[in-house]
Design a binder for this molecule. Structure first.
Ligand code: ATP
Ligand code: MG
Length: 649
């Protein structure tokens, strides 16, 4: 497990600016502590009070049914998620701007709540006309355009279950996810833009659908207008269907436990892991945490820069903010296109007040230099957020000083696809920040750092981050695999939810998340499973075996190093390296392209035949291996690898 630099624990707390605290929902650490204590003392009545944040067709009288590890929250209540994100705002906020969208090419579109509501109703009617109804899985493989949240909310409106697949995934990755969910419909686009280049989504969708017999129809949004292949018996244009569909569609009340979406995390084994979220508890905790953590106000212009293909985009671009009737900025493209100040240009143009971005993004901004930021008037900003991985104190301070001009609190928000919403984070008007720490759990969240036996660690001692009690927006299961859910999350540490992250607490009880315990690589904010990359490599005819590990990368967070054993008779050369790298990009997506491919005569394995990634990681990071090698089957394998690196340099 990662060792921690004790210097960091000595960071001095930075109190929220008095001006901010005065106007905040929670104004002091004492107030936070009282809230927290009340929620711990009686969690059920705490959550029962919060249900009023939503509009229920049938208000719940029950809070939680807990048959570990299976939870049902507010299970006798009924609501419609789309109604809560749209309809309920129409009476007094129908003309308020809901979405401010900017394409990478500079095009702009805006939707009021009334307009967004109408689009959602129309597309919900399209879905119905295609035979989609309650419980049917729908795959969404789209660029970051307004039609994506429209499609998500349309699914929610009729009780269909969306599965958003990040637009950077390639055809085989999409096909796996469609197959696992058993999706009946795919919604995609004729393309998207990324760094000025066209992303050929429809071609990839076609290649995937060739292997997806469950998909009957494919709805295509016109984004680029470029010619695309077309299958007349299957493909339908969004712009032909939607205007013809009726602009009204009832928001039928759904059971609180009606599935809302499946979202695949990168997964550490080959099979994609479909995290299942349901309606009432998920929406409630998203709505509630958006208010607390971003201290959302009526006049905020809120921008979460995450791709909707990841959970951050689900909870904090779509559901949390829209349920709170916020004005949400949505940007299609890359932050460095056409120049490295695109983010700050957008903040200035729309007078963004809250900016929520990834730790990797912040590190890139820092590397690009202050001048890109200083060019723009960022005086509209009042709050900054970070998510996705531990942020190093240097980057935190840079963000606070250069972007926030020391005026804006920074909320470092810890959470996961599985948790559905933010669980550990400062409250911006209340919690003194320590750069690099996600600080303290939100009210109702009982987090701890423990040993494998479940014993709390001492301050400064590394352990496993766990959550002791169920929470409303927790995942309900792994889609189609209850056993995996039980084993991976509730079967590791006695009586607790295992996050898979390593952490420490300090003397003030602050949480310092150190990173994951398992083998997932995060490249520039994109989560990739080592297993999936290995499988891609091994699918190449020249490759016998492969092991993929990460080495730290200043900009991207982590870079991919692939160890590859070739099949007999194949000789290694740099041309083969390029071909393998292209092959991985074609199988998974360009983000999975290895930074380094190293040919090996053999891979270090345990006697039971498991590859020892721990040793390879050490080798990739330091060039030598000093860790425990006693379980290694053949020590010479690792010696040869270490030697070979020396020769190559
Ligand atoms: P997989 O579950 O397939 O391994 P993943 O964990 O990378 O994928 P996410 O659920 O999006 O996918 O990421 C959650 C993880 O990101 C957390 O478990 C943690 O490791 C890291 N993380 C998120 N936010 C923070 C944060 N503020 N500080 C530290 N780590 C964070
Ligand atoms: Mg994870």
């Amino acid at each position: 497990m990662a060792e921690f630099d004790p210097k960091v624990l000595a960071e001095r707390p930075i109190s929220p600016p008095a001006e901010f605290s005065r106007q905040a929902r929670v104004k002091s650490l004492d107030e936070y502590r009282r809230l927290y204590q009340r929620a711990v003392d009686d969690p059920e009545s705490y959550w029962a009070e919060q249900v009023r944040l939503l509009d229920w067709a049938v208000p719940p009288t029950r809070v939680l049914e807990w048959n570990p590890p299976f939870a049902r929250w507010f299970y006798d209540g009924k609501l419609n998620v789309a109604h809560n994100c749209l309809d309920r705002h129409l009476a007094d906020k129908g003309e308020k701007v809901a979405l401010l969208w900017e394409g990478e090419d500079g095009s702009q579109r805006r939707f009021t709540y009334r307009e967004l509501h109408e689009q959602v109703c129309r597309f919900a009617n399209v879905l119905k006309s295609l035979g989609i109804g309650r419980g049917d899985p729908v795959a969404l493989y789209m660029p970051l355009i307004p039609e994506l949240p429209v499609a998500m909310l349309a699914c929610a409106r009729i009780g269909a279950v969306h599965s958003v697949v990040f637009g950077g995934f390639s055809a085989p990755a999409l096909a796996d996810r469609i197959a696992d969910a058993g999706a009946r419909l795919l919604v995609t686009a004729d393309g998207g833009y990324r760094r000025g280049k066209l992303i050929a989504l429809k071609e990839a969708a076609d290649a995937a659908l060739a292997h997806c017999p469950t998909v009957e129809k494919c709805v295509v949004v016109r984004r680029t207008g470029k010619p695309i292949p077309w299958q007349p018996d299957r493909d339908l244009w969004w712009h032909e269907l939607v205007p013809r569909a009726a602009p009204h569609c009832p928001a039928e009340p759904m059971e609180a436990e009606q599935p809302l979406f499946i979202l695949y995390t990168s997964g550490t084994t080959g099979k994609p892991k479909g995290v299942l979220h349901t309606s009432g508890g998920y929406l409630l905790q998203c709505t509630w945490s958006t208010r607390l953590v971003f201290d959302l106000r009526e006049d905020d212009v809120y921008w979460c820069a995450a791709d909707i293909g990841w959970v951050t985009g689900h909870s904090y671009v779509v559901y949390g903010p829209l349920s709170n009737a916020a004005t949400v900025v949505l940007y299609e493209g890359a932050p460095d296109y056409p120049q490295r100040d695109r983010t700050w240009e957008i903040v200035e143009r729309y007078k963004v007040t809250i900016y929520y971005g990834s730790a990797t993004g912040i590190r890139s901004f820092m590397a690009w230099g202050d001048e890109w930021v200083s060019r723009h008037n960022l005086s509209s900003l009042r709050l900054l957020g970070t998510v996705g991985e531990p942020i190093n104190p240097e980057a935190w301070k840079w963000y606070h000083r250069v972007v926030g001009k020391g005026r804006c609190p920074v909320v470092d928000t810890w959470w996961q696809t599985e948790t559905g919403s933010i669980l550990i984070s400062p409250l911006p008007g209340a919690t003194p920040a320590k750069p690099g720490s996600a600080t303290l759990p939100l009210p109702g969240v009982v987090a701890d750092v423990v040993t494998l036996e479940g014993k709390p660690t001492r301050p400064g001692e590394t352990g496993y981050l766990i959550i002791r009690r169920p929470w409303p927006s927790m995942l309900r299961t792994i889609f189609g695999d209850d056993e995996r859910y039980r084993r991976d999350y509730w079967g590791r540490i006695p009586g607790a939810y295992f996050t898979g992250d390593a952490a420490q607490r300090d003397d003030d009880g602050y949480f310092w998340v150190l990173g994951r315990v398992d083998d997932v690589i995060k490249v520039a904010g994109h989560r990739l499973s080592t297993m999936e990359i290995e499988s891609a490599l091994v699918s190449h005819p020249a490759v016998a075996e492969s092991a993929v590990v990460a080495r730290p990368d200043e900009i991207k967070g982590e870079a991919i190093v692939a160890f590859v054993t070739l099949r007999a008779g194949v000789s290694p050369d740099s041309d083969l390296r390029n071909r393998l790298s292209d092959h991985v990009a074609a199988m998974i997506g360009a983000i999975a392209r290895p930074a380094e491919i190293r040919f090996a005569q053999g891979l270090p394995k345990t006697r039971s035949g498991k590859i020892m990634r721990r040793l390879l990681r050490e080798l990739a990071q330091k060039g030598t291996v000093s860790g425990d090698t006693t379980t290694l089957e053949d020590l010479s394998v690792i010696e040869r690898l270490a030697q070979q690196k020396g020769e190559e340099e």
